[in-house]
Structure formats: C-alpha cells, structure tokens
Design a protein around this ligand. Sequence first.
Ligand SMILES: [Zn+2]
Length: 259
Amino acid sequence: MSRFRVRRKQRRRQRLLATEVPPAWHELLRREFPLYRRLPADLRRRLLGHIQVFLDEKVFVGCNGMEVTEPVRVLIAAQACLLILNQPTDYYPGFQTILVYPDTFVVPVTERDGVIHSDTVSARLGESWHRGPVVLAWDQVLNGARDDRDGHNVVMHEFAHKLDEENWQVDGLPVLTDPQQYPQWQQVLSRAYAELQQAVARDEPAVIDDYGASSPAEFFAVVTETFFERPRLLHRHHPRLYDQFQRFYRLDPLQWYPD
Ligand SMILES: [Zn+2]
C-alpha cells in the first residue's frame, strides 16, 4: 500500500474512532452483551470506536438465508474488537470477509491441514480460514454474547485464531508487542498446555476447556475465552498464565468481575 493510501486509511480510522455511535447501539450492547456493561467507561468508549472501524473495513455476508442486519454486525464486531481493545492494532489484517450462518452450518470443502481451521465442538461453532474468512453461526454468536460467565465465546475464539495467524503461522504464538515477553510466554504456555493435556488424559476437571488440549493453537484460543469470561478462576488456578494473557491483551478482566 502506498504511503498516501496508508495516511488516508489512518485519517479515516481516526475520524471513525471519534464518531458518536447511534444510541440504539448502546441499548443493544447493554442488552445482549453483558460483558460490555462490565467495562469501565473509557474502555467502553474505545470499544465503540473500534467497532466503527471494524464495520467500515470488514464485509459481512449472510449465508443460508441469514439476514445480516445492523445488530448482527454490531454484536459480532463488539466481541471481535474486545480482543484488540487495548492493543496497537491493524484491525485483523489479511482478511476481510465474515460469513454468517443462521445456525449449525456444513461447509462443503475438504479440510486441508493448516489451511482451514474448523471448530466443530458443540457450543463453539465457527471457523477461521487461514488468511481467509471467519465463518460464524449466529445462534452461537448470540449465546456467546449473552452468557459472559461460561467461558465459551465463539467470536473471541475465532478472532483469537486471527491474531495468532498475523505472524503467518497458527501455532498459539501471536505477535507479542513486547519482544521481551517471548521466552516467558513460551515457557508458561507450553507448561500449562502440557498440564491441560495430562488433566484431560486423566479425566480430571480443569478450568480451561478440554478442547484447548487439542493443539497449541486451540489452547491459545480457548484460554482467550477463559481469560475474558472466567478471569477469576483462571487467575486463581493459573496465575502465571493469567499474567501472560494480561500482558498480551493489555487488559485485566479480573477488575470487571468483582465476584
Ligand atoms: Zn479453534
């Protein structure tokens, strides 16, 4: 992209970040996305700005008769932008399209290792194609938004994969803003991943969902869901892991869940 286009894009983003959103958005988010209500006022304001940039730059496509209305777009954008709320961000570069199905979907493609990433476990139905679209089932999106304590959120999960792929590989290692964090990140995450695999093998209960034991990429996406929706539990049982995620996302959801 030329320098001129980059500057134009930045100006456009700055303008959108400062624009007031329609009052209906506040109402929608308060009603359907209780985590939004938990945010301190400054972060809530910032989120509304990010949502506007996200909606300006991403393309939503309804599939199987799904009508992609403004509330659908805003609710998906809000959950996706929570992850980049406090980070230096380029708004999930490298892909543009979000496909939205009304509910459970079957995608007629052959799964190729490392190219398409499917999450077909119940209650987290979504997909992220490498450098391609994110695919979401609307009923799962809505469930994920409405329940902010169950540790499951399909939008956060799929967009965590998108953060992970920004350095090309989807391997549970996203780009860390602070390069000094890499050694600790590697050490803490690989240890916690091995522990989860052991717990799953022994059929022991764990704070982090079993699905996180399937690969380091899934581990990163699943812990992201736990970090935002069950911060208290994650912090109590895995303080070092919590700390790594707090440094990465530059957010402390523990403050948002007083009980
Ligand atoms: Zn996944």
